[in-house]
Design a protein around this ligand. Sequence first.
Ligand code: ACO
Length: 416
Amino acid sequence: MSTAKLIYEGQEIELPVVEGSEGEIGIDISRLRRDTGLITLDPGYGNTGSCRSAITFIDGEKGILRYRGYPIEQVANNASFTEVCHLLIHGERPNAGQLDRYRSELTRHTLLHEDMKKFFEGYPPSAHPMAILAAMVASLSTFYPDTPEEMDLNIIRILAKSKTLAAFAYKKSIGQPFIYPRNDLSWTANFLRMMFAVPSETYEVSPVLEEALNLLLILHADHEQNCSTSTMRMVGSSEANLYASISAAICALWGPRHGGANQRVIEMLEGIAAEGGDLERFLSRVRSREVLLMGFGHRVYKNFDPRARLLKAAADRIFDELGIHDPLLDLAKRLEEAALRDEFFIDKKLYPNVDFYSGIIYRAMGIPTEMFTVMFALGRLPGWIAHWKEMREDSSGYRIHRPRQIYTGENLRKFE
Ligand code: ACO
C-alpha cells in the first residue's frame, strides 16, 4: 500500500493512500486528528471523499457516468426505470423472473393508506408540491415502522407509493379528484395516468410520453455523492428511518442550486423571451454576476454532462413525435451555443447540466413547472435508497456523519 507524507512543524505524518476500482486516488485522513490533533478544512466538500461506494462512477473531466459499471448511454437506451431501480439498489440487473416479481411488488404497494388522503386536504392550493412530497414521505413512517426485518419491504413501499404521492399532490394543486393506481400498468404509465386522467373521460397512456418519462427517470436515478444523496447518508447515519432520510434528501434537492434548477431554467428562458430574446444582454448579466445561467455548471463535470447530451437529442425526437414546437427549445439551444462560445463559460469550464433540457421536455409532456423538481425526486429515489442501503449494510460499519470545524468566533469572555 502506498502512502503520502504530510510534514507539519517538523513532524512527518504518513497517510495511507487508497485507490478505487477506476484508479481514483484518495489520501485517507481518517486517523489524522487522533494522531496529530489536526483536521482538514474543505468548505463545500469539493475535495472530500465521504465514503467508499460501489454504485455509480463519474469521471467529470471526461464526461463519463456509469451505473454499477454500465455506461449511462447504454442503460438509458435499453433499460426500464424499474430495472434501473433493481440495478442500483441490489447491484445487478434482474433476470426475467426477478424483474417480473419486482414489477409486481412495485405495483402491489402503490396504494396509499386511505387516512393519508386526509393530509392533502390541509394544504393550501398554492402549496409547492415538493413541500407536500417531503411531508408525506416523512408521514409514511407513521404507517410503516422501520425495523430491520421490514427494510426491503419499506424500500418497495416507498418506490411504489412515491409516484402516487406525487400525482396526488398535483391533483390537489389543480383541484381535481385523485386517480387511483391501476395494477396492470407499468410504473411510468401508472404515474402518467394518475397525473392526467380525469374520472369522466377515458385516458390512454401515450407510448411517447411513457418512453420520455422512462428516459428522464433513468437519467436522474443516481449521481453519487451529490447534495441530496449526501444528505440521505448524513441523516441515515444517525439511524433515522428510511422515510425520514428520504424526506430530508427531498428537501436538499428542492434548492435551485440542485434539483430546483430545472424549474429555474424554464423561468429564466421565459424571462429572456419576455424581454425580446436578447441573449447577449442576458449573458452580460451573467458575466457581471448579476444572475446565474441556470442549468449550466456542475461541481463534478468540467466537460459535457452526458445526461444533458442525451436529453438534448431526446428533446428533438420527443417534440417531433408529439408534433409540438416550443420556441423555448429553440431559445435554449441558441443560449447553449452562445454560452459555449463565450470566454466566461470556456474559462470556467461551464457546460449544460442535466437540468438544462429536462424542464423543456417535462413542459412538452404537460407537466407543470412546479412539478419539475418532484419529477427529479421520483427519478433520484432509487439512488438515494441504494446509498442508504449501502451505508447500512457496510460490513466495516459506519460512523455518524459529524464533520469538524475551525472555530473563528470570540475568545473566552465573561457574561456578567
Ligand atoms: N452561471 C454563471 N456562473 C457560474 C455558474 C452558472 N450557472 N456556475 C458556476 N459559475 C461560476 C462560479 O461563480 C465560479 O466563478 P468564480 O470562480 O469566478 O468564483 C465558477 O463558475 C466555478 O463555479 P463554482 O461556484 O465553484 O461551482 P460549484 O461546484 O460550487 O457549483 C453549481 C456548482 C451549484 C451547480 C453551480 O454551477 C450553479 O449554481 N449552477 C446553476 C444552478 C444549476 O444548474 N444547478 C443544477 C446542478 S446539476 C444538479 O444538481 C442536478
